[in-house]
Design a protein around this ligand. Structure first.
Ligand code: C2E
Ligand code: CA
Ligand code: CA
Length: 712
């Protein structure tokens, strides 16, 4: 028995220990025993210990050191935590076929009574097909068991971590998620594992965002950032994410661990704080930052639709003086009301922002044309410059405005603000209320604005004059020109307004009438023309000329409710007979609202004046409507006269108009007659009166010279 055991022992054990006891020179059993914490134990076929290594005392306890001496069985070597474990161990010794090994871990009470894990590796020694004995290697593996426990604890910790954890493999397939993940996303682990994190995609990030993220972690760097994801129920949430690549021993990435914290609430409060920073508390105007953000879509839209946006840099002057004399409270109130007034002049889509304590920015989202921008800017400025009454103090401020246009002046918002600022600087130094940035527009619009200022100035000083152009009667003789005038065929004159500008010379009505119409000054101007014409008519009567004076009326004056009353008072004042004043109303203005015009014209007619329809044939005239108007004179537009001898079609049309005018009892005046052939043609066609450079240009004294001759 011993021989067999020794032989099989040598075959089984010695090579093993040669391998483990690397530093050992001697390959003896005893030397090997000294190495490491492994206890070697040899038992016979009945399990009686024959030999045990001296280190048994350390691993198994004092008694075991002398197990061979006492003839202990293998089972008695261990003090198990649970006795049934030893029963199972013995079962394994018996059942393991001869020549084979088995391993098991056993929890025991160690020498000091503490828990200790032993790894038992057993080899059933065989001799001639029978069990010859057992060779046990017993090792203390408590440390490894502690590791495992630790790992279990750690994974439990991970599982219950407040942060959401995802582990993916290299391809991004989810291998593990913890409970916080399940809560945060609404997806149970079973639904998440096997998918990629794209499951949570919100669509709020650009593809480049994820490309950057993947590039970073694929290069073995951590990535940290904010992600907006979508809960299973569809709600968006924000998280602060750290993704770390996990490398194996060779430094090759095997997994990615993503750890994230929900910051949705935090973001919400942040945005509330931001909201507050977005608006100025005093004026409620947007911040410079907000207007910049909002400008982007407005400018994009302007470009797409081909319209113009305007940025105004508005500087308020005089606040300092107000706070010095009335205190900060009043100054603040002024500023608040300035913002209010500015806002009232704006449209919903426009933006008002406070740029500095006394500067505002205004973004006009859409302006139709250069003209209308100038008008809006002017209106804004006027509204600010009106007086304020605050706590019984009457105060006022001035506004200086720089304007830049998009896309004409600038291609970006930043450029736009820069140019508006430059324009403001220029407005300040030039003492202009308003200045436009763009060179071409600057000249045009600034001129218009200055002209507007000048117009007001001139109007207040009554600097306008009337020039008169003769209208001669073709029906009473063959004479034309000076001869006709001299012979008394001047049936009437047309009064045409002129503005002798101090620096620019005489300004034509084409330049200032539209301006006067825009600023609402036209009604007063027309009344002034009526009064002046009436006075002139009276003066001419005194010299023996009793022709008519026609006065042009703008469309706006048609709605001057007391125009008829005013006319009557003028005629009374200058003692002129009805019929000496002709009111010229353009055909297009009359046709705008046929019913209203008819009513007003009847009123005027009742006041005793004559009515002329000006520029006839120009607008979308409906000859049928003519019968509703009490028209005395039809003024054939210059464009028709120009076609005489040029286009027979229009010649025919003139024939028709003349016939029609006569049928409704009106006389016809051909305007813009410049040549003799035109005059002759018109006379042959039965036209009543003519007016034009051929007969006489408008002038201050044209009416007077013939009068003088007539009277002489
Ligand atoms: P309109 O009523 O058609 O006046 C006739 C215009 O034709 C005048 O221009 C006159 O100078 C011009 N004209 C006269 N004969 C000839 C000619 O042979 N050839 C050419 N090419 N032109 C000729 P003006 O004075 O520049 O006035 C322009 C317009 O301004 C007038 O057109 C009228 O609509 C308006 N306007 C003038 N004065 C007043 C005013 O006091 N009140 C209002 N509301 N409008 C006025
Ligand atoms: Ca006219
Ligand atoms: Ca005309």
């Amino acid at each position: 028995e011993h021989l067999g055991l020794a032989a099989s022992l040598r075959a089984a054990v010695v090579p093993r220990f040669r391998a483990t006891a690397r530093e050992s020179e001697t390959h003896s059993f005893g030397a090997a025993q000294l190495h490491g914490g492994t206890v070697l134990c040899l038992a016979n076929a009945r399990g009686i210990v024959l030999h045990i290594s001296p280190n048994a005392k350390k691993v198994l306890g004092d008694a075991c050191e002398r197990a061979a001496e006492f003839g202990l069985t293998l089972g008695a070597l261990f003090q198990p935590d649970d006795p049934t474990d030893v029963d199972q161990l013995i079962e394994r010794y018996i059942r393991t076929p001869p020549g084979e090994d088995f391993s098991t871990d056993l929890l025991t009470r160690g020498a000091t009574g503490g828990a200790r894990w032993l790894e038992i590796h057993c080899r059933n020694l065989q001799h001639e097909n029978a069990v010859a004995g057992y060779l046990l290697e017993i090792r203390d593996v408590s440390a490894r068991h502690v590791d495992d426990q630790q790992r279990a604890l750690m994974s439990a910790g991970l599982e219950y971590l407040a942060e959401s954890v995802i582990v993916t493999n290299l391809a991004g397939t989810i291998k593990y998620v913890n409970r916080a993940f399940e809560q945060q996303t609404g997806y149970p682990a079973s639904e998440a594992i096997g998918h990629t994190p794209a499951l949570l995609k919100s669509g709020r990030h650009l593809p480049e965002f994820f490309e950057r993220l993947w590039r970073t972690i694929s290069e073995a760097h951590s990535w940290r950032g904010e992600l907006c994801n979508r809960h299973k129920n569809g709600a968006l949430y924000y998280e602060d994410v750290l993704i770390t690549p996990i490398c194996d021993a060779q430094g090759v990435i095997s997994h990615f661990v993503s750890c994230s914290r929900d910051i949705t609430d935090q973001k919400r409060t942040e945005s509330q704080v931001e909201e507050r920073a977005y608006y100025d508390a005093l004026t409620g105007a947007a911040s410079a930052r907000l207007i910049k953000e909002r400008a982007r879509p407005i400018l994009a839209l302007a470009r797409r639709h081909g319209h113009t946006a305007a940025l105004l840099h508005v500087e308020i002057d005089g606040l300092e003086t107000i706070s010095e004399t009335h205190g900060d409270v009043v100054a603040d109130e002024v500023l608040r009301r300035v913002a209010e007034r500015l806002r009232q002049s704006l449209r919903e889509s426009d933006i008002l922002a406070r740029f500095s304590p006394d500067e505002f920015l205004v973004l006009l989202s859409e302006v139709a044309e250069e003209d209308s921008t100038a008008r809006v800017v002017r209106r804004l400025r006027d509204s600010v410059c009106k007086q304020f009454t605050i706590q019984e103090h009457t105060v006022s401020v001035r506004a200086t405005i720089g304007v830049a246009l998009y896309p004409q002046d600038a291609t970006t918002y930043d450029e736009l603000t820069e140019y508006a600022h430059l324009a403001l600087a220029r407005a300040r130094t030039a003492h202009h209320g308003v200045e436009f940035y763009r060179r071409g527009l600057t000249d045009l619009t600034n001129e218009r604005l200055t002209l507007e200022d000048d117009l007001r100035w001139a109007w207040e000083r009554k600097q306008f004059v009337l020039h008169y152009q003769p209208i001669v009667d073709l029906t009473s003789g063959d004479m034309i020109g000076a001869e006709a005038l001299a012979r008394g065929h001047m049936i009437g004159v047309e009064a045409l307004a002129r503005w002798p500008h101090l620096e620019r010379g005489i300004i034509e009505p084409a330049q200032f009438i539209p301006l006067a119409e825009r600023t609402g000054r036209i009604v007063a101007l027309d009344r002034w023309a009526i009064a002046t014409a009436a006075r002139q008519a009276a003066a001419w009567s005194a010299k023996g000329w009793s022709g008519w004076v026609s006065v042009n009326l703008s469309a706006r004056s048609l709605h001057d409710s007391d125009l008829a009353g005013y006319l009557l008072s003028c005629m009374r004042q200058y003692e002129i007979e009805p019929g000496r004043i002709v009111l010229e109303i353009t055909e297009s203005a009359a046709m705008r609202d046929v019913e209203v015009t008819a009513r007003i014209l009847h009123q005027l007619k009742d006041a005793g004046v004559l009515i002329a329809l000006d520029d006839f044939g120009m607008g979308h005239s409906s000859l049928a409507h003519l019968k509703y108007f009490p028209v005395d004179i039809l003024k054939l537009d210059q464009s028709f006269v120009r076609d005489i001898g040029v286009d027979p079609k229009f010649e025919q049309l003139i024939d028709v108009i003349i016939t029609l005018a006569h049928r409704i009892g009106a006389r016809i005046v051909a305007e813009g007659v410049e040549t003799e052939p035109q005059l002759n043609w018109l006379r042959a066609a039965g036209c009543d009166y003519v007016q034009g450079y051929l007969i006489g240009r408008p002038g201050p004294s044209v009416g007077i010279r013939p009068l003088e001759r007539l009277s002489s």
